[in-house]
Design a binder for this molecule. Structure first.
Ligand code: PLP
Length: 384
């Protein structure tokens, strides 16, 4: 087989399974509206749950940060790229979430890769929820450690996998709010199970941080669980991008020595760290609470309005409201119909989700108004 054949075959297989992924160049993609070409759509596919991507104070913090620090950090944090802005953000995050330390990463993907690569060795075992994000499962399968997957949100199955003898350390991996399903992990039971087997727990709370819990402290705070490793990301509720790992002093020192994604990569721009500090201030404030409350009422308005004889609602009370339709072509067709009626939503298909569970992944944001949800419901019900 030639290179050309190898590539053509892979593309043909994707295309014939209605699984070809495409990008759309948008003019604006976060917040209430998505504009693409010369059209504007109601946006039901961004992760900007609190509508912070266009927040004037956060934009201003980024602009002023750029004027003060320049647009780039100039290097890895281990050389000259760790600024007082990064340091201040790390301290604020650690204090907010009740950890000794926070370490910043340029993305959640990098943070997950880094922590698993740095901590897990050949005799170790990773036991991950089957529906964990690709960045976690990919890191785990690249790792020399053994990977076992437990049935989604099932602590009993987790326990059965942890009980198998091992000579190394065990790491349990799950998410706070699941990215494609919107449901929450039973973190209390999962942590108890992990502790019974002296395993550490890593919770990736990409979709919970900022959005749930008192002061937006996320799923772990809400369930009163403190995992050894907490990953939070800033591309969703924070409306920006980047990530942090919250951990103990000694784990932070260890990661500074051994996390290659930190050592050999340019740190985020200091101006971005300033924008994140401004986003954190909004999230913690009364305004943040009001934004979360408005989002919660929009979510319940949507769920109450769905005709459940036509669509199966998922057990999700988060901003992620998937409508699982099963078939790839049907999911694509539904997304297409919505789009032609001015509502932008994504069809999510395998391998992003398990085979036979293609879905319309609808996301709501605080930037929506009630009439936007009503319009979505009207278009959805017209599409069956
Ligand atoms: C989005 C997401 C990530 C990746 O974070 P980025 O900052 O976008 O790289 C990691 N984990 C989960 C659960 C996510 O949803």
């Amino acid at each position: 087989m030639t290179w050309q054949q190898k590539i053509d075959d892979a593309l043909t297989a994707r295309r014939s399974a209605d699984a070809l992924r495409r990008r759309h160049a948008v003019v604006q993609g976060a917040g209430r509206w998505l504009s693409a070409g010369d059209r504007q759509y109601l946006n039901f596919s961004s992760n900007d749950y609190l509508g912070l991507s266009h927040h004037p104070q956060i934009i201003c913090a980024w602009q002023q940060g750029a004027e003060r620090f320049g647009v780039g950090s100039g290097g890895s944090g281990h050389v000259s790229g760790y600024s007082v802005a990064h340091q201040a953000l790390e301290e604020e995050l650690a204090q907010w979430l009740g950890y000794s330390r926070a370490l910043l990463f340029i993305s959640g993907f990098a943070a997950n890769q880094a922590v698993i690569a740095a901590l897990m060795a050949k005799d170790d075992r990773i036991v991950a929820d089957r529906l964990s994000h690709a960045s976690l499962l990919e890191a785990a399968s690249l790792s020399p450690a053994q990977l076992r997957r437990f049935t989604h949100n099932n602590p009993e199955h987790l326990s059965r996998l942890l009980v198998a003898p091992t000579s190394g350390q065990q790491l349990v991996v799950t998410e706070g709010v699941f990215s494609m399903d919107g449901d929450s992990a039973p973190l209390v039971e999962i942590q108890r199970t992990a502790q019974q087997h002296r395993a550490w727990l890593l919770v990736d709370d990409a979709h919970g941080i900022g959005v749930t819990g008192d002061e937006g402290r996320g799923s772990c705070w809400q369930q009163q669980v403190k995992p050894e490793l907490l990953v939070v990301t800033f591309g969703k509720g924070f409306g920006v991008s980047g990530a942090a790992i919250l951990c103990s002093d000694s784990v932070a020192e260890y990661l500074l020595q051994f996390a290659r994604h930190l050592i050999y990569s340019t740190s985020m721009p200091p101006a971005q760290a300033q924008a994140l500090r401004a986003a954190l201030a909004v999230i913690r404030s009364d305004e943040g609470r009001q934004r979360r409350e408005k989002l919660a009422s929009l979510i319940e308005h949507f769920r109450a309005g769905v005709d459940t004889t036509a669509f199966a609602l998922a057990p999700s009370h988060s901003a992620i409201q998937p409508l699982i339709v099963g078939d790839n072509a049907r999911a694509l067709q539904l997304a297409e119909t919505l789009r032609s009626q001015g509502c932008w939503a994504s069809a999510i298909r395998p391998p992003t989700v398990p085979a036979g569970t293609a879905r319309l992944r609808l996301t709501l944001t605080q930037a929506h108004e009630k009439q936007d949800i009503d319009r979505l419901l009207e278009v959805l019900h017209g599409a069956v």
